[in-house]
Design a binder for this molecule. Structure first.
Ligand SMILES: Cc1ncc(COP(=O)(O)O)c(C=O)c1O
Length: 445
């Protein structure tokens, strides 16, 4: 009954990523009403600083009443349907990005396309840059939603690029070349590389060296780079070597005419879903120096517009530079505190984590908890963590980690001691979120 396009399985609905969400929805944790429920940790959602946003809204009630200088803007907003977006909002967004990224680049509103979240921004870029059967290289591990966002409706393909835990999953020239080669073996024309910086799911920022490898590679192969920088404002450890560097900044440093072509091949994606914790508002963007891409993406954005009242409200919020600065600093401080707490708890339970400095993630090594060296064993462990421990996390396989990476695990059954190690962490999480701690007997009910 359905078209082949609609029933294509590249949506990934049956993956553990979405299955975990379904389990959570059947039995969601609540500190008082359902303290034994499943805690959702498989979704990159930032609820840490809602109090700050809500207090801003209380102080600026005119914004919610859709009033400008005391006069109702309702009629104008109700009728507004220009897919270029409200100029005041686009200006507020580029000023926000410029200042949040330390004024290293002056972003300009005429190079920006508004979209309903980064999901739509990534899909639109794939639509504009690939024909069916052409591919983008993605470093692994990557955000599981990309299978749906990049492939499902566009017909584009993903060629995974293997990054190794031995060098902290850094991008190397050799890994890029190998992925390119793999694309050729699969008969796929490589149109570009898509990176997430900071990384989902690693929570690490890319170094300038990595970004330069990427740029050199794209120049050599004459291909595009899409840089999804949706977590750029969540960097909580900003020393000179670990701070956030945008691909646009590295490009600007190559300030000469030889680089004009690559300038047109670099596109950035951003959204307010993570840094401001507003995924429900559906605000994202594409930023590109390429006029053709901007023109095509603007037309495509008709299918994924940001509503005018959301644009109105957020242009007021983002224009309050003093509040935004305070918010960003405080949000990063809270993220760091929460992450340190989680890492400490996991360490006590004998679980190590990748050192990270950004994002809403913790990449943990549970290989020693696997019963065998297989994806099936990983799935079995994941199911037990969701159903018995009450914690929805994402298995590494979902992020396209290659089988070989799991091969080093020891043959160790998930015994009671190990399970109780994991549950110690859960207890700590429940305690910190206001819930009560509970005993093994209670947990086994
Ligand atoms: C790397 C990355 N890109 C895009 C998205 C989608 O974001 P949005 O809610 O803005 O569509 C996510 C959400 O988790 C993400 O992690």
């Amino acid at each position: 009954m359905l078209s082949r396009k609609a029933s294509k399985d590249s949506h990934g609905q049956d993956s553990s990523y979405f299955q975990g969400w379904q389990e959570y929805e059947k039995n969601p944790y609540h500190p008082i009403q359902n303290p034994m429920g499943i805690i959702q940790m498989g979704l990159a959602e930032n609820q840490l600083s809602f109090d700050l946003l809500e207090s801003w809204l209380r102080r600026n009630s005119n914004t919610m009443a859709l009033k400008k200088d005391g006069v109702s803007a309702f009629k104008d907003l109700a009728l507004f349907q220009d897919y270029h977006g409200l100029p005041a909002f686009k200006e507020a967004l580029v000023n926000f990005m410029t200042s949040m990224r330390g004024n290293k680049i002056k972003y300009s509103s005429d190079k920006l396309v508004l979209t309903a979240g980064a999901t739509a921004a990534n899909e639109i870029l794939m639509f504009c840059l690939t024909d069916p059967g052409q591919a983008f290289i993605l470093p692994t591990p990557y955000y599981p939603g990309f299978d749906r966002d990049l492939k499902w409706r566009t017909g584009a393909e993903i060629v995974p690029m293997h990054c190794s835990s031995s060098n902290g999953f850094r991008i190397t020239r050799c890994a890029l070349e190998q992925a390119y080669q793999l694309g050729q073996e699969l008969n796929l024309k490589i149109k570009g590389v898509l990176v997430t910086n900071p990384s989902n799911p690693l929570g690490t920022t890319m170094t300038k060296t990595e970004l330069n490898h990427l740029l050199d590679f794209a120049i050599d192969k004459n291909i595009h780079i899409v840089s999804d920088e949706i977590y750029s404002g969540t960097v909580f450890d900003c020393s000179s070597t670990t701070g956030f560097t945008s691909i646009m900044e590295v490009l600007n440093e190559r300030n000469n005419n030889n680089y004009n072509n690559i300038r047109n091949h670099i596109h950035m994606v951003y959204s307010l879903s993570k840094d401001l914790g507003l995924p429900g508002f559906r605000v994202g963007l594409i930023y590109s120096n390429n006029e053709k891409v901007i023109a095509a993406a603007t037309k495509m954005s008709s299918f994924a517009l940001v509503s005018s009242q959301t644009q109105f409200m957020l242009s007021n919020l983002l224009s309050d530079a003093k509040f935004i600065k305070k918010y960003m600093v405080e949000n990063q401080r809270r993220l760091k505190r929460r992450k340190d707490m989680l890492v400490r708890g996991l360490r006590k339970a004998g679980i190590s984590c990748l050192r990270s400095n950004a994002g809403l993630f913790c990449w943990v090594d549970m290989r020693h908890l696997l019963s065998s060296d297989s994806f099936e064993a990983e799935k079995e462990l994941w199911k037990r963590i969701v159903c018995e421990v009450g914690l929805n996390i994402s298995p590494g396989r979902l992020n396209r980690k290659r089988r070989r990476r799991i091969a080093r695990c020891r043959r160790l059954r998930l015994n009671k001691n190990l399970l109780s190690g994991v549950t110690m962490v859960i207890d700590e999480i429940r305690r910190c979120s206001g819930g009560s701690s509970f005993s093994d007997e209670q947990r086994q009910k």
